[in-house]
Design a protein around this ligand. Structure first.
Ligand code: NAD
Length: 376
């Protein structure tokens, strides 16, 4: 039997990025070929830990290596788009952590370059491969929820003390974790049906400390946006906060539908709730245990969803965070590169999910004016 085709992958940025190394190493269609970060000592430490021999402290040198088929970018936010653009120009496939970029022009350039080069671009959005999202999506696709009437996402995090590109960041510039599930649930990527947002209205509320406001000239503690989903009568609402707001970390997503509604969580560790229409009031809400979707993955990487607790691999199981999404992301990206299934999200969809937030922040700065989301 012929050996499976392998994509030679390079990972750039080795904080969060390092969590993906063992997943690529154990995927039958990947060769975990190279790693890149600027600090040579830290680069070597990571390379030695995971047994990756090819190491680049300089990203531009990595792009010159003809053995690299694909880069997976996990650098700081302002570098995502410039590095993705350079990689596409160098003829590499690109997986990039969220967000795609921080301006409409960056998103436009990536969409145009992806079309021109024919290479894969995929934004590695964890939420749309989390087990909670996959559960809600499965219920919707099987007709259990009924008609979707409204969607709500929220992502709140206290980013005080995080690296220097975070302080003062407009909350909506990092909104894909709450925007994406609202659009993904209405999409069917296998049939190339991709729900995109059309326009957004956003209000900024409260005020963060003056020293935080300076960097991005963004004063709001909370940004709350509603957006229309093109070609449907459904509206979604998303809420973001990053500074000076008391809230446990929350990444959550609710689907309000005609028969059964899904609510993800209030606090970490809580099971989601299904609300069933037509039952006596006290019986309407029911907590549910969300199943694991590891069965959709090649056997060798199923453990990275956290479904299988293998004590010998515990240090490699961090992918079990973010709802067990990391191996699903890796698998989807590799299958897209090998032309077995579309990237989800593809470049245009990654741009739309990212631009909801960029346009929302613009709207908030303009006192809540409606902003149309460009489509390229
Ligand atoms: N759920 C998610 O999707 C999720 C979770 C965590 C982090 N992230 C994203 O991942 C990115 C990285 O997060 P982090 O917490 O690891 O950040 P970090 O600042 O701790 O690490 C960034 C890494 O990038 C490297 N780097 C910086 N500039 C570089 C350059 N020019 N060339 C090569 N390498 C470079 C650094 O050396 C470091 O290894 C962020 O953009 C963050 O938003 C996404």
């Amino acid at each position: 039997m012929a050996a499976p085709k392998r994509v030679r992958v390079a990972i750039v940025g080795l904080g969060f990025g390092a969590e993906f190394i063992p997943i690529y190493q154990q995927h039958p269609n990947a060769e975990m070929y190279a790693i890149c970060r600027r600090n040579k000592a830290e680069l070597d430490l990571c390379g030695d830990q995971f047994g990756v021999k090819v190491r680049y402290p300089d990203y531009n040198e990595l792009l010159k290596d003809p053995n690299v088929d694909a880069v997976h970018i996990n650098s700081p936010i302002p570098d995502h788009a410039p590095q993705a653009i350079a990689a596409l120009k160098a003829g590499k496939h690109v997986a990039s952590t969220v967000p795609m970029g921080v301006s409409i022009d960056e998103c436009r350039q990536i969409v145009e370059l992806q079309k021109k080069t024919g290479k894969v671009y995929m934004m590695m959005e964890t939420v749309v491969f989390s087990r909670e999202y996959l559960f809600a999506k499965d219920l919707y696709d099987r007709g259990v929820l009924g008609r979707i009437q409204f969607l709500r996402g929220s992502h709140q995090q206290d980013m005080d003390g995080w690296p220097d590109y975070w302080p003062g960041l407009p909350p909506m510039w990092y909104a894909t974790h709450c925007v994406s599930p609202c659009l993904a649930i209405m999409s069917d990527p296998a049939k190339h049906k991709l729900a995109h947002a059309e326009s957004v209205v956003c209000h900024g509320s409260g005020r963060i400390r003056e020293e935080l406001i300076k960097k991005y000239n963004s004063p709001f503690a909370i940004e709350s946006a509603t957006f229309k989903i093109r070609g449907t009568d459904v509206v979604a609402e998303v809420t973001r906060s990053l500074f000076d707001t008391a809230r446990q970390y929350r990444e959550s997503f609710d689907v309000t539908a005609s028969n059964v509604s899904f609510e993800w969580q209030q606090c970490e560790g809580e099971d989601p709730v299904l609300h069933m229409r037509g039952l006596p009031e006290p019986q309407i809400p029911r907590r549910v245990k969300v199943p694991d979707f590891a069965g959709r993955l090649p056997e060798s990487i199923r453990k990275f969803t956290g479904a299988i607790h293998d004590a010998t691999h515990l240090s490699f199981l961090q992918g079990a965070g973010h709802g067990g999404s990391h191996p699903h992301l890796v698998h989807n990206f590799l299958m897209a590169v090998l032309d077995k299934q579309p990237a989800f999200p593809d470049a245009a969809t990654s741009a739309n999910w990212t631009m909801v937030g960029i346009c929302a922040h613009q709207s908030a700065l303009n006192g809540g004016d409606r902003v149309n989301i460009p489509s390229f």
